[in-house]
Design a protein around this ligand. Structure first.
Ligand code: HEC
Length: 290
C-alpha cells in the first residue's frame, strides 16, 4: 500500500502540478511587489525609485495634522515626510514638476517648495488607507503633497497634487515659452516682471499668453486680443476677483481670486503685465518661426 502511494506521489502529472503551483506562487508574489506603490524621482542629479515601505521607514517621518486639507475639504492627519528630506539637491533648479498617475501636472516654483509654507509628502500606509476623494473613487494616495501653512505663500489648490507618480525638474515657464516674457529692458523687479510671476502662479495653470504655456483650459490672454483691450479696467478687476459678478452661466469654470489669494498690489502688477503684453503680440509669431 505504501508503495502505491509513493509511486502516485511521484507521478509525472503530480510533479507538474506541484511545479505549476510553485510557479503561480512566485508570479503572485511578484505581482504583490509590483502593486506596492513606488515614487519615482527623475532629477538629473537624483534618480531614484522609492518604495512606499522604505519611505514610511524614513527617520524623518512624522504624523502631521492639516487643518484645511484642499482635496478632502476637512481636517486630515497623515504619516508624512518633509519634502526636503527626499529632494536633497534643488540647487540650480527653478521648477519642480509633480506628475500624477492620471496625467495631472503641477509645476511648482522652487521658492515655494523651500519657503515658509512647508510642503510635506503624505504617504498612505497600506494598513490604514485614506478615504476616497469621491464616492466610489480612489483616495489621494499613495503619495500626496500637502502644506502645513499654505496661507504663508498663497499656495493655490493646484499645488496639492495627489496620486503622485513622478517628481522631476523642468525649466521655468518663461524659459520654455520666452514669448510670455516682458521686454528685456525692464528691470526684474518692475511691476511687469512681478505681474508675470503673479500670472505664472495664478493664471498659467489654465491660460496661455502669446500661445505660450502648458494649459488651454481658458482662452489665450493676448491673442487675438488681450482682455485689457476689450474690458474696462474696473470690470476686468471685478472679473478676476469674482467672474460670476460680471457674467454667469452654468459652465463657468474660472475661480475667483480673492484678496486672501492675490492682494491688490499683486492684482495691480498682473494688470500692468497684461497691458504690457498687449504691445508684444509679435512674439507669438517669432516663437513659431524658430
Ligand atoms: C482653473 C482654470 C483657470 C484659472 C486658474 C484662471 N482662469 Fe481665467 N478663465 C478660465 C476659463 C475656463 C475661462 C472661460 C470662461 C469660463 O469658463 O470661466 C476664463 C476666462 C478668463 C477671462 C475672460 C476672457 C473672455 O474674453 O471672456 C479672463 C480675462 C481671464 N480668464 C483671466 C484670468 C486671469 C488674469 C487669471 C489669473 C489671475 C485666470 N484667468 C485664472 C479658466 C481659468
Amino acid at each position: 500500500m505504501k508503495n502505491v502511494i509513493d509511486t502516485r506521489n511521484h507521478h509525472p502529472i503530480r510533479v507538474l502540478f506541484v511545479c505549476a503551483i510553485a510557479l503561480l506562487l512566485i508570479v503572485a508574489s511578484n505581482f504583490a511587489i509590483a502593486a506596492e506603490p513606488v515614487l519615482e524621482l527623475a532629477f538629473i542629479k537624483q534618480r531614484q525609485k522609492l518604495a512606499r515601505l522604505d519611505l514610511l521607514r524614513h527617520p524623518d517621518v512624522r504624523t502631521i495634522s492639516i487643518p484645511a486639507d484642499v482635496s478632502y475639504k476637512r481636517k486630515m492627519e497623515y504619516r508624512a515626510l518633509p519634502l526636503k528630506s527626499i529632494l536633497r539637491n534643488l540647487h540650480g533648479i527653478s521648477t519642480v514638476q509633480f506628475k500624477s498617475e492620471d496625467g495631472f501636472v503641477a509645476n511648482i516654483p522652487v521658492e515655494l517648495l523651500s519657503g515658509a509654507s512647508e510642503p510635506w509628502l503624505a504617504i498612505e500606509p497600506a494598513n490604514a488607507p485614506w478615504p476616497e476623494l469621491k464616492p466610489g473613487g480612489r483616495g489621494a494616495g499613495a503619495f500626496y503633497l500637502v502644506w502645513i501653512a499654505p496661507e504663508k505663500s498663497n499656495i493655490t489648490p493646484e499645488f496639492w497634487p495627489y496620486q503622485i507618480a513622478v517628481i522631476s525638474e523642468i525649466a521655468s515657464l518663461p524659459e520654455r515659452y520666452p514669448q510670455i516674457l516682458p521686454d528685456a529692458s525692464l528691470k526684474k523687479d518692475s511691476a511687469e516682471y512681478r505681474g508675470m510671476q503673479a500670472y505664472i502662479t495664478h493664471c498659467a495653470s489654465c491660460h496661455q499668453i502669446n500661445g505660450g504655456g502648458d494649459a488651454k483650459l481658458g482662452p489665450d490672454l493676448n491673442l487675438p486680443f488681450n482682455p485689457t483691450e476689450y474690458f474696462q479696467e474696473d470690470f476686468l478687476r471685478k472679473y478676476i476677483r469674482d467672474p460670476a459678478a460680471v457674467r454667469q452661466w452654468p459652465q463657468l469654470t474660472m475661480p475667483g481670486f480673492t484678496e486672501a489669494v492675490m492682494n491688490d498690489a499683486q492684482l495691480d502688477d498682473l494688470l500692468a503685465y497684461l497691458r504690457h503684453m498687449a504691445q508684444r503680440k509679435q512674439l507669438a509669431t517669432d516663437a513659431k518661426l524658430d
